[in-house]
Design a protein around this ligand. Structure first.
Ligand SMILES: *Cc1c(COP(=O)(O)O)cnc(C)c1O
Length: 374
């Protein structure tokens, strides 16, 4: 699905230099590279405060801890997503309330949020899935009306830009109260291990986030609150500084690949290509199509025999997972999520994909039809 070794080879001289410099510095925890990366990320995202941490899941947990919620308080999450956000909510003895998604954009359906709000609801975690932002203008209006915090799960959509109706543009992750990033190797900005960060424009939240990620300390050996140990390794920060310089080019390569798929697949009536929300740009963390005739698994199987890797993001809705079944509250009808779990298929999309490879994949997708309709 991805080609991280070729990507590395293209930047090898710079990367090797940065990694060796860090190893030779003898400074592996915190220090200059971590601070410098946080500064670089502020410039890239427009966030006032950046707090690096160990991974995206930790970032979600730290963000929730900063809100000082009480057991039983509810947090709204989309039903169709990776489980990390509901997991962080449940770990803190809060109740995840799952809301259906828009079948076109795969993101939380803002028209269905209000009916899920109760007197216990404290926060919403919109996930910017596959590379585009949730519909943040109406979502922020609902949050304001009901006094809810907004934590953006931006693990998949760094660099995606949302345009408000008054023309104001903001990057995903700096629209709500806090945003989280993951630098898992396959994410659009990935390191060579685990990494994550929190974004916020709120100074007092930033202080809390920093403290929580560092054992609840504002000063060494003075523990003001219960925190955790969540640091971005200096080595990963050095790696990320090199890769951040290429992120715009990486996004452009992903967009080019997506356009080639769009073009190749548009004549196939049984396939729905990704729909772009007019207000958001798309950075194509995934290129996810829908197979409309119920033959998704047959298509996937055929492509596998032809050497084309595909993935199903995501095969099972949150409310049907064994870990979550008995603890989530369902905020209304979830039929769109259930239908998506049966029809989505993510095709290979990465920075090194050539148009020729895409043409070959499209050809095999076309052929899969004649195979499974016989
Ligand atoms: C990857 C991902 C996470 C978790 O990030 P890690 O760094 O792997 O902990 C959270 N949410 C979403 C939507 C993700 O894709």
């Amino acid at each position: 699905m991805v080609d991280l070794t070729t990507q590395y080879e293209r930047i090898q001289p710079d990367m090797d230099k940065a990694v060796l410099k860090l190893i030779r510095s003898g400074k592996y925890i915190d220090g200059e590279e971590v601070t410098a990366f946080a500064e670089d990320l502020k410039v890239y995202t427009g966030a006032k405060y950046v707090i690096p941490c160990a991974n995206g899941t930790d970032a979600l947990q730290i963000a929730l801890m900063a809100l000082d919620l009480q057991p039983g308080d509810e947090v709204i999450v989309p039903a169709f997503t990776y489980a990390a956000c509901a997991e962080a909510v449940a770990l803190l003895r809060l109740t995840p309330v799952v809301v259906d998604v828009d079948p076109k954009t795969f993101n939380i359906d803002v028209r269905k949020i209000e009916e899920a709000v109760s007197s216990n609801t404290r926060a919403i975690i919109p996930v910017h899935l596959f590379g585009q932002t949730a519909d943040m203008e109406p979502l922020m209006e609902i949050a304001r009306k009901h006094h809810l915090y907004v934590i953006e799960d931006n693990a998949q959509s760094i660099g995606s830009v949302y345009t408000f109706s008054n023309g104001v543009q903001k990057q995903a992750g700096v629209i709500g109260d806090m945003g989280i990033l993951s630098f898992f190797p396959t994410k659009n900005l990935g390191c060579y291990g685990d990494g994550g960060a929190l974004l916020t424009n709120n100074e007092s939240l930033a202080q809390q986030l920093r403290m929580i990620a560092s054992h609840g300390q504002a000063q060494k050996y003075l523990h003001e609150r219960i925190g955790c140990n969540s640091r971005l390794d200096a080595l990963q920060a050095a790696i990320l500084r090199v890769k951040l310089r290429h992120l715009s080019a990486y996004v452009a390569a992903r967009r080019k690949a997506a356009a080639a798929y769009d073009n190749g697949l548009k004549t196939l009536s049984w396939i729905e290509t990704p729909h772009c929300l007019p207000a958001s740009t798309h950075v194509y963390h995934q290129y996810t199509i829908k197979i409309k005739d119920g033959q998704r698994d047959a298509v996937r199987q055929y492509l596998k025999t032809q050497g084309v890797p595909t993935m199903i993001y995501y095969p099972l809705p949150l409310q049907e997972q064994a870990a979550f079944r008995n603890i989530v509250r369902t905020g209304g009808d979830l039929s769109e999520t259930e239908a998506l779990c049966r029809s989505v298929l993510s095709l290979p999309v990465h920075t090194e994909l050539e148009e020729e490879q895409i043409r070959a994949i499209v050809g095999k997708i076309e052929k899969s039809k004649s195979k499974h309709s016989q």
